[in-house]
Design a protein around this ligand. Structure first.
Ligand code: NDP
Length: 297
């Protein structure tokens, strides 16, 4: 293997330590903790694990965690009432509605009712617009985590050729905007892209956010490129009845060619919650009018 491993777990740990310091100084300045509220509808096991983990990490960083759980058959009006109460609550700086929502609820409508200045997931159209026009707002956590890892690894990204594979609103599109803001030349590939291998082979930076296990092969990668693997795919393990996690990149072959690569697990995954806490702390400072050097955390 020639590639350096980009250790997202260690980076996220260091980020949480910086956040804990800033959370303590925020509390000293304002007399209250920065607060993050998470709303969970239904009993999806993966979402429950994720929400529990968010709550624990929020408290460990010295912030206040508020959890609101609604049954799977709750009405959309009930959920909107919870969001409205959180919008009005001065102890709540950030609001996250765990997705996916049950089929009878309109996700876009629910997200549009979150106060954009508390929308720490960055999914509200106002924050999408702010990102694409370069105004301060909130950026979705996973792509922001990816850009932090890239800048930590490469320093300036200016002038580099970047390919983002995937165009979802949650990962691919905001990732492309962030790379553009760093002055990369950005190509966004998707399921209709022709000659994907050739497109990927031109890139100094490859971000794979596809949801297809080990699709991107080492032979597609330009030697020395930096590879960020967002994919989280559960596949059968060699041992009967067990499963394991793999990314969208074939790690073994890509690590022979790339200059640096994120592993799965332990790469992008651990960054997402840490960046969520970062966004919540940024929201708290902005909402309370307390100065914070946002670029330094
Ligand atoms: P989506 O399913 O919303 O989007 C997948 C994208 O990949 C689409 O734009 C699709 O194209 C494109 N695509 C699908 N097949 C191909 C193909 N054969 N060639 C090229 N492009 C293709 O997924 P998400 O963006 O939500 O997630 C992507 C991956 O990242 C998943 O594995 C997910 O689990 C993971 N993830 C990880 C997170 C983390 O915390 N690390 C957070 C969020 C996601 P088209 O638009 O044309 O259909």
């Amino acid at each position: 293997m020639t590639a350096a491993i980009i250790d997202g777990k260690a980076f996220a740990e260091a980020l949480r330590a910086r956040l804990a310091e800033k959370a303590a100084s925020f509390e000293a300045a304002t007399g209250r903790k920065a607060g993050l509220a998470v709303v969970l509808v239904g009993e999806d096991p993966a979402s429950q694990v994720y929400v529990r983990s968010k709550g624990k990490q929020t408290v460990a960083c010295g912030m206040a965690s508020f959890e609101h759980k609604l049954p799977a058959d709750a009405s959309e009006a009930e959920l909107l009432a919870v969001v409205a109460a959180l919008n009005a609550d001065p102890a709540v700086d950030g609001i996250l509605v765990q997705l996916p929502l049950p089929g009878h609820m309109d996700e876009a409508k629910v997200i549009s009712t979150i106060d954009p200045d508390k929308d720490v997931d960055g999914f509200h159209v106002i924050n999408v617009g702010r990102l694409s026009t370069g105004m301060p707002g909130f950026v979705p956590c996973t792509p922001l985590g990816c850009i932090m890892l890239l800048k930590d690894r490469l320093g300036s990204l200016s002038g580099l050729d970047a390919v983002v594979i995937g165009r979802s609103n949650i990962v691919g599109k905001p990732m492309a905007q962030l790379l553009l803001a760093e002055s990369c030349t950005v190509t966004v590939a998707h399921s209709r892209t022709r000659n994907l291998e050739e497109v990927v082979r031109r890139a100094d930076i490859v971000v794979a956010a596809v949801g297809r296990p080990e699709m991107v092969k080492g032979s597609w990668i330009k030697p020395g490129a930096t590879v960020i693997d967002v994919g989280i795919n559960r596949v059968p393990a060699a041992e009967e009845g067990k499963t394991r996690l793999v990314g969208d990149v074939d790690f073994a072959s890509a690590a022979e060619v790339a200059g640096a690569i994120t592993p799965v697990p332990g790469g992008v995954g651990p960054m997402t919650i840490a960046v969520l806490l970062r966004n919540a702390l940024v929201a708290a400072h902005r909402n309370a009018g307390v100065a914070l050097d946002e670029a330094a955390i």
